[in-house]
Design a protein. Structure first.
Length: 334
């Protein structure tokens, strides 16, 4: 037999109306009481009331996460941050991992028809005009995390990819490097990931710096990034003395592979990554630290506020990054 709202109220020692407000108007209930009610509701496997409230207010108590590609380090931290906020508020979130254009088209065709979310959080890639209009027609908030552009988003939080990569370049130039390469993956779909602004930021700054030559190494997936980097290093008459790698998940394997070819790091080659992800500190990789979990926490709170009809004081936020100097970079050999 399923528990009723009266069962929850009796077990929690509060009134039925307080249980109701804990789910539908949490701002009217103290944090202590709300947590107690939610805990009791979970213990009693109580879900009928939440469904009734959802019907009454036209809500689903679900937030959709639209994320590009597979669940990597960045995406995993996004999920951690969202869950840390949404779980306690009684919200679920559905993950839509978009890895190719067909999946993307299917998502935007089906979601507006189903209307099965109260807000959408988009992580890392762009929305085109048609997609934005489809979501706006649903009348639900759209929040971005590290999106290419904030156009069409009610709120967003993200890092400055251009400024961050240029921080790394200036560090390498200050050490004396004048031949610098950038290793990145070629885009294989219409998904425009925000991280590709790093390529533009890298080349633009290097073009401005006198006496600095650059090489862009475009690669595919997996081990190909390491093999392509090694090939570029050995095939050039004037190989780079430093290489910026698009993300740590490629930089770390490269860091570990190059000594097998007799290339010492940082004596022969300086390497930088991006993210400060798992194991970057352990191997000593100089990189840029970003905190996707913290960004997701902020995005979830903004989505909930927008669902409740609140006006955000700062709807678009630039999240901080930090240059993490470790022993994978040093001055080039004379």
């Amino acid at each position: 037999m399923k528990a009723s709202v009266n069962d929850v109220a009796e077990r929690a020692g509060v009134s039925v109306s307080t249980v109701s407000r804990a789910f539908t108007r949490p701002e009217l209930v103290s944090e202590r009481t709300r947590k107690k009610v939610l805990q009791v509701a979970e213990e009693l496997n109580f879900s009928v009331f939440r469904s009734a409230a959802a019907l009454k207010r036209g809500q689903t108590f679900r937030i959709a996460l639209l994320s590009g590609g597979h669940i990597d380090w960045f995406a995993a931290r996004i999920l951690e941050g969202l869950n840390s906020v949404l779980h306690e508020t009684g919200y679920d979130f559905s993950i839509y991992a978009i890895s190719h254009d067909e999946e993307r088209a299917r998502f935007f065709e089906q979601l507006p028809v189903r209307r099965n979310a109260d807000a959408i959080i988009v992580s890392s890639f762009n929305l085109n005009r048609d997609e934005t209009e489809r979501l706006r027609a649903m009348g639900i908030p759209v929040v971005g995390i590290n999106v290419v552009s904030t156009d069409g988003f009610d709120a967003s939080i993200g890092i400055d990819d251009i400024g961050a990569i240029q921080m790394l370049v200036r560090h390498l130039v200050s050490l004396g490097h004048r031949r610098i390469a950038y290793l990145y993956e070629e885009a294989i779909s219409l998904l425009r990931f925000s991280s590709y602004r790093r390529v533009t930021g890298f080349t633009d700054l290097c073009d401005e710096l006198e006496g600095v030559s650059v090489t862009a190494i475009k690669v595919g997936n997996g081990d190909d990034c390491v093999n392509a980097a090694v090939t570029a290093l050995f095939s050039s008459s004037e190989p780079p003395t430093a290489i910026c790698v698009h993300q740590d998940s490629w930089a770390i394997p490269l860091f570990l592979r190059l000594p097998q070819y007799g290339i010492r790091i940082p004596e022969d080659l300086s390497i930088t990554g991006f993210d400060d992800s798992d194991f970057a500190e352990e191997v000593g990789l100089t990189t840029i630290r970003q905190c996707p979990r913290d960004m997701a926490v902020t995005a979830a709170r903004m989505a909930l506020d927008l669902i409740d009809g609140k006006t955000l004081e700062t709807p678009h936020i630039t999240a901080p990054v930090q240059l993490m100097l470790r022993h994978s970079t040093a001055a080039p050999r004379a």
